[in-house]
Write a protein that binds this ligand. Structure first.
Ligand SMILES: Nc1ncnc2c1ncn2[C@@H]1O[C@H](COP(=O)(O)OP(=O)(O)OP(=O)(O)O)[C@@H](O)[C@H]1O
Ligand SMILES: [Mg+2]
Length: 361
């Protein structure tokens, strides 16, 4: 029987503030779940209720078929890694890793074996006798990770574990975390407000806003089919146009776009979203006769940013900014540069259509 973790109408209120609002989720054993959302949306509060460091106002945390709301954290046998490494400063690397094992009264030999195994997992064997202060930030966070993993927790929960590290080390460490998650097949719940991080490591991403789960899905589905303009905005980059829809036409302040999907929303007032890489860029002399005229719009390149594999253009169209990504090869081939007059094409099928909501994008 797999040991699933289930959140059932889980709610946390602090006085009149609802920090977590009736969230539901089933997490399978061995799954890598990321909670993603802006600051203050309730990510840490969900995590703390799962671990038992925060009481539940309403609803249930269910593990392996049992409600565990009232179980103290130690009894849940979950591992936790925080943003700040929180290592014991007066203990060496190996003493830090052994700490949780000693608490469990394992034999000396078993402890020594497990510590070696953990040191190898993160390549820190040669650092075992050093104190935390003698390690770099990335090394300290590796120690914190394996310290939490050493007692073989049933679930490992990580709250923004990499946010204190610099960009390069973050990318390397998150790949390491993903690797040993796959090796150990351990259920992991990982909190981050960095969408790139969430998309790159999770099996499933939970996008949170204001205490609620807005969308749960595989990274590719969240990116390609965001279910609201909030998700389209928070995950990845999107261009937005507000307008009024009649059948497959959407009239915005300046243009009238043709869209492909019309059944998505009944509402007349809509928000169109389109990803930068979906917008096509043409030089004025290129042939565009085969394209739908309504969706072809002239603009001027304002800013060129080199992203590596792609080049990001900020294009001024009638005073409005549109962000378009061109693959580097095409950028070179077309000889694009700042100040160039170009044509932007918005393929009808690339528009995502959402009902316009109060307080939306
Ligand atoms: N102990 C507490 N007492 C009162 N309010 C709290 C408490 N803990 C959290 N909150 C509130 O609950 C909401 C959610 O907080 P939480 O820490 O879960 O957000 P978060 O998504 O983890 O944000 P961040 O990305 O900044 O860490 C916030 O409005 C916060 O002020
Ligand atoms: Mg937090």
């Amino acid at each position: 029987m797999p040991r699933n973790l289930r959140l059932e109408n889980l709610t946390k209120r602090y006085g009149s503030l609802t920090a977590v609002d009736r969230v539901n989720l089933e997490i399978e054993e061995g799954e890598f779940i990321c909670f993603l959302g802006p600051s203050g949306c309730g990510k840490t509060t969900v995590l703390r209720m799962i671990t038992g460091f925060e009481t539940v106002t309403e609803g249930n945390v269910i593990f392996d078929g049992r409600v565990i709301n009232h179980l103290i954290p130690q009894k849940r046998e979950f591992g936790i890694v925080f943003q700040s490494y929180a290592l014991f400063p007066n203990m060496t690397v190996e003493e830090n890793i052994a700490f949780g094992l000693k608490m469990r009264k394992m034999s000396r030999q078993a402890i020594a074996q497990r510590v070696d195994q953990m040191l190898d997992l993160v390549g820190l064997r040669d650092w075992r006798h050093l104190l935390p202060a003698q390690l770099s930030g990335g090394q300290q966070q590796r120690v914190a990770l394996v310290r939490a993993l050493a007692p073989d927790p049933k679930v490992l929960l990580l709250d923004e574990p990499l946010s204190a590290l610099d960009a390069k080390i973050r990318v390397r460490l998150r790949a390491e975390i993903k690797r040993f998650q796959q090796e150990l097949k351990k259920t992991m719940i990982y909190v981050t407000h960095d969408q790139e991080e969430a998309l790159s490591i999770a099996d499933r991403v939970v996008v949170m806003e204001k205490g609620q789960f807005r969308q749960v899905g595989r990274p590719i589905d969240i990116y390609k089919c965001p279910n609201s303009d909030f998700v389209a905005d928070f995950v990845g980059t999107s261009n937005f146009f507000k307008g009024v829809r009649t059948d497959n036409r959407v009239k915005t302040k300046r243009w009238e776009f043709t869209i492909a999907q019309t059944g998505v929303t009944k509402s007349e007032k809509v928000v169109l979203a389109i990803r930068p890489e979906k917008i096509e860029v043409f030089r004025p002399e290129e042939s565009t006769e085969h394209l739908m005229l309504s969706n072809l719009i002239p603009g001027k390149i304002d800013v060129v940013t080199f992203l590596g594999a792609a080049v990001r253009l900020v294009v001024n169209v009638d005073g409005e900014e549109v962000v378009s990504d061109v693959i580097e090869k095409a950028f070179e081939h077309k000889g694009l540069k700042q100040g160039d007059e170009i044509l932007l094409y918005f393929p009808p099928e690339s528009f995502l259509v959402y009902p316009e909501e109060e307080g939306g994008v």
